[in-house]
Each structure stands twice: as structure tokens, then as C-alpha cells.
Design a protein around this ligand. Structure first.
Ligand code: AMP
Length: 115
């Protein structure tokens, strides 16, 4: 696990290629893309993990999914995309600030697990 670089990006302390920003969300390009389109959609409010979401925050999480779909369509991913959340050690989570990977821009393989 590395430190919460995403809070630093949100606060403007670190640079990133911003795709979208509003009061609640920031979307940046992944620094190490694994597909032609690889964005990270994050709520600005700090949640380390899904377990930190209370009932009152569910709307924020749902909003992130709606935003993903809206941006995908607006930016031309008309043939689809994939969303991934890595959670915990076995899930390969590196940055302790909840984020959703959006992958697209090519036909993605069926295999989402690699050894
Ligand atoms: P994970 O926590 O496993 O879901 O993955 C974190 C993702 O954040 C990885 O795909 C990294 O390439 C990406 N990442 C790490 N630091 C930065 C950064 N400064 N700007 C953009 N993406 C980053």
C-alpha cells in the first residue's frame, strides 16, 4: 500500500491529468495505463475502503457509477468499457482512497484475473 496520493491530487499538491472535476468527484488518467483509456474515478471525500461508506454515502458511490457511464458515452466509448474496484490486500489495492478504474478503448479480454 502506498500513501494516499489521491487526496494530494484532489488538493492540488500533486499534478495529474484531469479528465473531469466537480464538487464531489475527480477523474484522472491513470499514470500507468493498462488500456487505451484508463481513468480513475474518485469521490473527493476521503473513504479508504468500501466498508467506510455509510448509508448516507451510498448516493455518492452510485453517483460515481453514473458519472463513469456518462463520461464513457461523452468521450466516445460507445462499444463499452469495464469498471473495477480493487479492495484490500488480495484485491491488489495500492492507493488507500476509494477509486473506480474505468478501462476501455479496445476489446478487453474475458480474463480479468492474472496470476
Ligand atoms: P489500485 O489501488 O490497485 O486500485 O491502483 C491504484 C492505481 O493508481 C494504479 O493503477 C496506479 O497506476 C495509479 N496511480 C498511482 N499514482 C498515481 C498518480 N499520481 N496519478 C495517476 N494514477 C496513479
Amino acid at each position: 500500500m502506498i500513501s494516499d496520493v489521491f487526496c494530494k491530487i484532489i488538493n492540488g499538491e500533486l499534478p495529474a491529468e484531469r479528465v473531469f472535476e466537480d464538487d464531489d468527484y475527480l477523474v484522472v488518467k491513470d499514470i500507468n495505463p493498462v488500456a487505451p483509456v484508463h481513468w480513475l474515478i474518485m469521490p473527493k471525500k476521503h473513504f479508504e475502503k468500501l466498508d467506510d461508506f455509510g448509508k448516507k454515502d451510498v448516493e455518492l458511490l452510485g453517483g460515481a457509477l453514473r458519472l463513469a457511464d456518462k463520461l464513457a458515452h461523452e468521450r466516445g466509448l460507445l462499444k463499452g468499457y469495464r469498471l473495477i474496484i480493487n479492495e484490500g490486500e488480495d484485491g491488489g489495492k495500492l492507493v488507500p482512497h476509494l477509486h473506480i478504474h474505468l478501462l476501455g478503448g479496445k476489446r478487453l479480454g474475458q480474463k480479468i484475473v492474472q496470476d
